[in-house]
Design a protein around this ligand. Structure first.
Ligand SMILES: Nc1ncnc2c1ncn2[C@@H]1O[C@H](COP(=O)(O)OP(=O)(O)OP(=O)(O)O)[C@@H](O)[C@H]1O
Ligand SMILES: [Mg+2]
Length: 360
């Protein structure tokens, strides 16, 4: 089922939680909503579910205006971060709950509800645990029961709000791989919220980056990582360093000194690069910074450098074998970078229009 959000806005007590948002989620797509706390992710999910009504705009399920539909009629499945299962119901009863609670005319027979619930428990790989009670399950198993329960009503759209938020890293990794496989098999249109950008990049067909009630970018994981639409997205997705620079005559200056980088732009800008996008060492040229610290991150050594009188901090990756004592002066040059025009017309840099000024 395709979900289209058209110019939807939502205020709470006259404070905008969402400014006019447009977003189309294709049928069968797995979309991830990411963004800082308070950026409007849950609000957007609740609007799709029908748990909130939009102040303006409309939400379409296929060609149908969903605002005319009740929560039940939308046939949306939910899983929230702390989605309480019913403690005094067995796993099987929990999964069948949505069907048992239907009005009599629409309710399948008991045996049919149990059959479907068993089928779903197989699907979420919990076959054999039907008779257990929620307190007798691990956190990951409970989340899978919650997912089976959401799937039981045969939802047209599946909405997950930080479904794996409370679980440890290894269980999260297992569950997200499993969720991706499940999604590929069942083909539900799925929107999930996560705080974990690695999860979003690994799992989603499309990543929707939100900030302050707006969508900054909605694009494939590769695109949001490699071609962030705004400075905000660049800073939010993945690791990056930022430096305030000025471009004059096609040359990039930091603190009035040439960096050796060139750009097709004039005026003040913010330069972004990622730690692995830097050539480091003698002759790298352009920029130099004092080593202030470093740490091992998996297969590389990430070194912190301080630049110039303003003590601006950047991070670059070195091979593990290369040690680098604090106090050493290290030359480096970003091998790929992006510039975002700074501030004009009273706009903060993070709200700078999406434009690519340079991509080395
Ligand atoms: N029921 C409500 N009443 C008043 N304000 C609300 C309500 N729900 C959300 N808000 C406000 O709307 C904004 C967006 O909240 P929302 O819960 O959508 O953020 P979020 O992106 O899900 O954040 P988090 O990552 O912390 O879950 C916040 O400023 C929040 O305080
Ligand atoms: Mg939330």
């Amino acid at each position: 089922m395709e979900v289209r959000i058209e110019a939807v806005a939502k205020d709470f007590d006259r404070h905008p939680a969402l400014h006019e948002i447009d977003l189309a989620i294709a049928s069968g797509e797995l979309a991830a909503l990411v963004g800082p706390s308070g950026s409007g992710k849950t609000t957007l999910l609740r609007l799709i579910a029908g748990l909130e009504t939009p102040g303006r705009g409309r939400i379409l399920f296929g060609e149908e205006d969903a605002s005319r539909l009740s929560v039940q009629a939308r046939r949306v499945g939910f899983v929230f971060q702390h989605y309480a299962l019913f403690r005094h119901m067995t796993v099987l009863e929990n999964v069948g709950f949505g069907l048992s609670a239907r009005p009599r005319a629409l309710r399948p027979a008991r045996a049919e509800i149990d059959r479907r619930a068993r089928e779903l428990l197989e699907l979420v790989q919990l076959g054999g645990l039907e008779k257990r009670y929620p307190p007798q399950l691990s956190g990951g198993q409970r989340q899978r029961v919650a997912l089976a329960r959401a799937l039981a009503i045969e939802p047209r759209v599946l909405l997950l709000d930080e479904p794996f938020g409370a679980l440890d890293a290894q269980v999260r990794r297992d569950l997200r791989r499993w969720l991706r496989e499940l999604h590929d098999r069942t083909g539900h249109t799925t929107v999930f919220v996560t705080h974990d950008q690695e999860e979003a990049l690994e799992l989603a067909d499309r990543v929707v980056v939100m900030s302050q009630g707006r969508i900054e970018q909605a694009a494939t994981p590769d695109e949001v990582y490699d071609r962030p639409a705004t400075a905000f997205v660049h800073g939010f997705i993945g690791e990056s360093s930022r430096l305030p620079v000025r471009v004059e005559g096609g040359e990039v200056f930091l603190d009035d000194r040439p960096t050796g980088l060139r750009a097709d732009w004039e005026g003040p800008a913010e330069l972004f690069f990622r730690p692995h996008q830097a050539l480091v060492g003698d002759g790298a040229g352009g920029l130099a910074g004092m080593v202030t610290g470093g740490r091992r991150i998996a297969g590389v050594r990430r070194v912190e450098l301080e630049l110039g009188a303003a003590h601006r901090r950047v991070e670059v990756d070195l091979p593990l074998a290369q040690s680098c004592a604090p106090g050493t002066l290290l030359a480096f040059r970003p091998t790929a970078f992006r510039l975002y025009p700074l501030a004009g017309e009273g706009r903060p840099a993070d709200r700078a229009p999406a434009r690519q000024l340079a991509h080395g």
